[in-house]
Design a protein around this ligand. Sequence first.
Ligand code: HAM
Length: 471
Amino acid sequence: MSPKKKSAPAKKPATKKKVADKKEALSPAVAKQEKKTQKSYQNVRGMKDIVPSQGGQWLRMFDAARSIAESYCYGYVETPIVEQAQLFVKSLGRGTDVVEKEMYVFEDNEGTKIALRPEFTAGIARSYISHGMLSLPQPVKVWTVGPLFRHDRPQSGRYRQFHQFNCEVIGERNPVSDAELISMAYNFLRDLGLQAEIHINSIGTFEDRQNYIVELVGYLRSKRSYLCENCKKRISKNPLRVLDCKELGCQEALEDAPQIIEWLSAASKDFFMSVLEYLDELRIPYVLTPTLVRGLDYYTDTVFELFVDGGKEQSQSALGGGGRYDGLLEEIGAREATPASGFAIGLERVMLALNKKEKEEQEGSDVAGSRHPAGIERQFFFAQLGEQARRRTLALIESLRKSGIQLGSSLAKGSLKAQLELADKMKSTHSIILGQKEVQDGTVIIRDMDSGIQEIIDQKKIEHHLRKLMK
Ligand code: HAM
């Protein structure tokens, strides 16, 4: 017996309403109207675009980072943007703001707890162990640059996605490494035109700190009523954080607080003195800052932060920070003691400082108005007039580009005036002009943009001529 064929369910007649809906959906007028009312998409809160007008400066920071890292013989590393969440919990400390409040943590499809990296150090330390870098000649000096994520309250200079230039020296405990790292961070900012102020302190070993914390907690309890609500909670949870609270009341209450430096072991004191002596040798100015403790648990001995404009009032105004972390690698699985130190500089904050400086320098001048919108600058600009000239220009630019000469151009523009205006915006010193006549003669005009003086040269000699003019 053949199975009974199921008859297909009879199609319901379309209701009048549905037909009308379909008609409406197809109507271009309605679709247009709907498109108009559709909400446009915004960036995720606290995450910013870099737009072309900022692109030049952004890339200059990357170039400066690479250049300084290579000059100090650092190798480049890249670690994944995600790591097991536990790596950060173990490294940065359970009670820290970053781990407790700011980490983006989620479960992947296999149920593993993953975190978007809130900083580089833990991932780089993990990578050093995973790749057996202990067997390489020590120390291993590495640098990296890239995005990090902290779910903080966004405001100027504090974002949920931000970028750092980060350097680590792993496998060496010597004050000279710390001094060299500090000088590198200082010189990176100086190369970009920023004068940094270095705030420095030592927080000793874990043991030194335990004794100090007992003393500090006693002091904080005696001043409890003067502290802000946050700091009242911190007394038992993370008393060191009270030291860098920015609330005026807390700062006043801390005036007579015991200073960590007095609790350092003789070895840590000597170590710190040597770091300072090396900095003196390098003529790098610093400010001894007894309340500087940093917000991550892995630090031991030297800690430092970099500021511009002497800005200390707000915690977010530190452009960078770092220090020694001699216990971290063992804590996350290294088979032997592996001392290390490093720093990171926040690139968004550097960019804010550079913009502020540029604005101050430009006050009263109209330089900004005459600049290319994407900040593109080219010493030479190729302008053309007429269809034949455009074709010839296309070929000439291509051959110059192949020989390593970059030129500005706007091939779609017909007007010579508009093209020369663009050349001005690109700060070109010379324009190469090709018109109908020059196409026939096999020549071009080279125009000095400042004096307006023009000379005619053979098209075959452009490259040679431009090389002579090159800055
Ligand atoms: P950090 O002090 O947490 O240190 O961050 C270093 C820098 O990153 C800060 O000074 C700041 O410029 C920037 N930064 C931090 N959070 C944000 C944010 N939400 N928005 C914008 N910029 C931010 C560390 O990350 C350590 N891993 C540094 C280190 C390396 N220590 C040893 N080696």
